[in-house]
Ligand binder design. Sequence first.
Ligand code: GLA
Length: 708
Amino acid sequence: MADIEISAGATGYRFQVSRSGRLRQMAFGDGIAAPRRDDHEQGLPFAYPTYGEDLRRAPALRVTHHDGVTTTRLVLDDHERRAADGGEEHRLRLVDRDEPLEVVLAFRTWADDDVVEQWVEVTNRQAGPVTVHEAAAATPCFSAASGDGDGDAAGPWLHHFGGGWAAEWGTVEERLTYGTKVLDSTGGVQPHLLRSPFFLLSPAGRSTEDGGTVVAGALAWGGNVRLAFEVSAHRLLRVWCGANPHAADYVLDPGATLVTPRMIWAWSSAGRGPLTRRVHRWVRRHAVRDGGRLRPIVVNNWEATFFAFDQAKLLALMDRTRAVGGELFLLDDGWFGTDHPRDDDTAGLGDWQVDRRKLPDGLEALTRGAAERGLRFGLWVEPEMVNPLSTLYERYPDRVVAQPGRERRLGRHQLVLDTCRPEVRAFVADAVARLLDENPGISYVKWDANRAVSEPGTPALPADRQSNFWIDHALATWELMATVAASHPEVELMLCASGGGRVDLGSLRWFHEVWLSDNTDPVTRVRMQWAAGHFLPAVAVAAHATRMGGRPLPFACAVAMSARFGFDLDLTGLRPDELAVCRRAVAGYRAVRDLVQLGDLWRLVSPFPEGDAAAGAGGGERAALAYVGPDARRAVVFAYQLEDGAPAAVPLAGLDPTLTYTARPIDLTTDEAPLALTASGAELLRDGLPWATAERETAGVWLLGSPA
Ligand code: GLA
């Protein structure tokens, strides 16, 4: 058989098929059209190595067959290739001829966006069940050209993200050395609090914004993930990406198929900037729901009131929302619970009836109040959870994830409903659907999930299959999300899980945006948004100006304005000058919203100084970024001073040197018309934008336009 080429413009694979049908990886990345044999001294690596074949390295697939045989040997049986919208689909069917097992390596290319999606389907063709101990979604290999230590910048370099609650998207950039670096998450419900399932890998040395080879990887999975980077002898770097196999042996019945999550790849040989812009385009088109649609300016009451509000307070907040120009009022946690009112996080989850003590006229009065003020209305729910102090739990104490005889340990005073059971899924979907049916004024829902799974058990699975839980539970949750999204397709959904606990490109299929973190301190947010922005376009990243960190309001607003803008502070408690800041921020955001949400991102000054990012802490004293519109005729530039420093121009990129631009500051501190500057694109690219301020916690925002 000839080599197999799977190509999506700048990204792709080339496989070699040996005479005996063994499938090996020849190349991954760019230049696929020209046959290339990567420099693997010990011959080409297997495309999908199985346990028993190469015991020196971790396998992609390990199965115990029905007869007890623990090894697997795959040969290529068939290659199906067909055209698909904007690309192709390939299915490489491998089989084990002795232990009947079918393994399809599936690929979906998106040539217009230079993106490859990849996943694996394992089908049991044996007379009885088999156990899949681990099955990677993808295991590409790279030649780790200088993995044995040729100086600091030499490759391979890994850039990864994680940290935990209120510390999501902590950034680490490090050089990989011999051994295996494992990045993983557990807990099932908010796994991405620990570990964002995204990474950048520069196989041949550290990349920069506009130079070097770099691959972006994203695992589209809402459950536990495992990303492992193994640099072994002979300078081979193998990357293992998939659902975390830890405690997750999957028992597969005869005829059944296990489908791994999808891994998404994009590649650049010209640095991270072009890579990000490519990934963003693809995410907007194919990963996030309605990715080309502009998002509203949201005012959320959470950090304004927490659980302490009533109807009058909410209506007063809506008045202020209208006064500053907000577009959607989002009522957060605390509006429900009758016998067990939700005055704090100890009670009420599961009882989705309005608390008439706080809201005597029900949600109806609020949706009407919003409509009268020209606002949309959104509502918070946490549908997969239950407090033991709830009517739901009193009636159905057995509907939670638990193991027989074990204590049901609480997290945030709550338990996880067992959505592996169809009747529980139906109950949850129905609870949300009923709220939306009874309150047609709700056009936005914030879906939260605030604890991880402990005692992972479900009667939906027989005793010998309890370890199927982690995969089945993640899939059941997706099924639930799909049902809710389909039942009210016009309602916009925000995905939140104690902050950024569910930020992945798979779950976004049903959601319009994510809540990145409960940490809304704008200094931290500059860095978090910077990190997440390597993968997530701003249209999908909710960012609200708050009081956290005690920073000046114009600075907090300017930081939130660089993503999907909103507020989460008590607008009724603001001084007139602060209200004026909010009003200016809303007006400014309206002028740049299309650029921020749909434009091309250019990172200009990193909030992580080179070198320090390896420590994963601290950062640079400034940051700047720009979003550039079609044909580079308009752009918005954001610059942030994080620490006191020396004044310096803001460097620019992404402009057309042949155009003439007028750069108008959007000054949130004054109503006076700012002085505009007119210059050619070439001059701006050379000199940058003058920015005299160097005081910490100040920001500059400029709208650049060139007449058509
Ligand atoms: C989580 C969310 C917050 C807020 C609270 C409400 O922590 O991340 O944004 O909704 O729950 O309890």
